[in-house]
Design a protein around this ligand. Structure first.
Ligand SMILES: [Zn+2]
Length: 307
């Protein structure tokens, strides 16, 4: 029988045990999701980014990375909280995680731009976790369970929905916030029903468009709504349906933020990206940059991105 060198055996054991140790190393930190019972069985394709708390005395706008969908959280300089949309159903716990990371205790205003699942989906989970003072939504309904869950969650907080439509003003300290849309009713075109919010803080202006499409865009222009903004949340995830040349001209933003994740619709399209680039607009995308934060001191706007 051949003798095996004991030193070689020890070396092999060392290599094997080292490899095993490496394999067993955790590859990520434990999840910090706060889940509710209704969402516990739902798969969560994305995790909340680690983001910085808002700076005191400044307006911070967080375009939250929720995968495909929209969710924007705004902390005003006076410390009030606004949430516009909550991403898909499975993004609900992620939005809750973001809000907890940012030290949010309650929300002064929640806006559901329209009943589509990639916007309203997570709002019921947010309502189950945070006290909300006022909920705004356009006067359009939908038959999906997702939308019914939202209505039930609003009811469970003892709230009634206030109508979001052009001309309605949010009474919040230190900012001017007014809905520019919807200007009229749009039948079954849920995207055009989108609540469009214009927000001014000092010299800085923001426009949040939901999924408003060209019809709503031209109606807002015709109705002479205040549209001009430094930062545009691009409509409908950068789809060709929105951001018409006339609308882009009316807004004339310096920055454009596209809230988008992996999708089969081809969002954002190269046509819209090219239209923005042709106007020298700086583009941020939640699929490429993670959560995008715009911070305004009322004079200048700076951006923070995760990647
Ligand atoms: Zn959408």
């Amino acid at each position: 029988m051949r003798k095996v060198c004991p030193a070689l055996v020890m070396l092999l054991i060392t290599i094997i045990s080292t490899n095993c140790t490496n394999i067993k190393q955790p590859t990520s930190s434990p999840s910090t999701f706060t889940s509710d019972s209704s969402a516990s069985s739902v798969s969560r394709p994305i995790k909340a980014d680690q983001i910085k708390a808002p700076e005191k005395g400044k307006l911070s706008v967080y375009f939250l990375n929720v995968g495909q969908g929209d969710s924007t959280y705004i902390k005003t300089a006076a410390g009030e909280d606004i949430l516009i949309d909550g991403g898909k159903n499975e993004a609900g716990p992620i939005v809750v995680d973001y809000l907890k990371q940012l030290g949010v205790d309650d929300l002064e205003v929640m806006i559901s731009t329209h009943p589509d699942a990639d916007h309203v989906g997570g709002l019921d989970t947010v309502l189950a976790n945070f006290k909300v003072s006022t909920v705004y939504a356009p006067k359009v309904s939908h038959t999906t369970d997702t939308f019914k869950d939202f209505l039930l969650a609003v009811k469970n907080q003892g709230l009634t929905i206030k109508e979001a439509k052009s001309g309605v003003v949010l009474s919040l300290e230190g900012i001017a916030a007014k809905f520019a849309g919807p200007v009229r009713a749009y039948g079954d075109d849920l995207n055009d029903w989108s609540a469009v919010l214009h927000l001014t803080y000092g010299d800085n202006k923001f426009l949040f468009t939901g999924d408003a499409e060209k019809k709503s865009e031209s109606d807002m222009i015709e109705a002479k709504q205040l549209l001009r903004a430094d930062v545009l949340k691009v409509g409908h995830h950068g789809s060709n349906s929105s951001t018409s040349a006339a609308f882009l001209k009316a807004v004339s933003p310096t920055y454009a933020v596209i809230s988008v994740g992996h999708n089969s619709y081809g969002h954002p399209t190269s046509a819209i990206l090219n239209r923005l680039k042709a106007s020298d607009i700086t583009i941020y995308r939640t699929d490429l940059n993670g959560t995008v934060t715009a911070i305004s001191d009322g004079n200048k706007i700076s951006f923070v991105k995760v990647k």
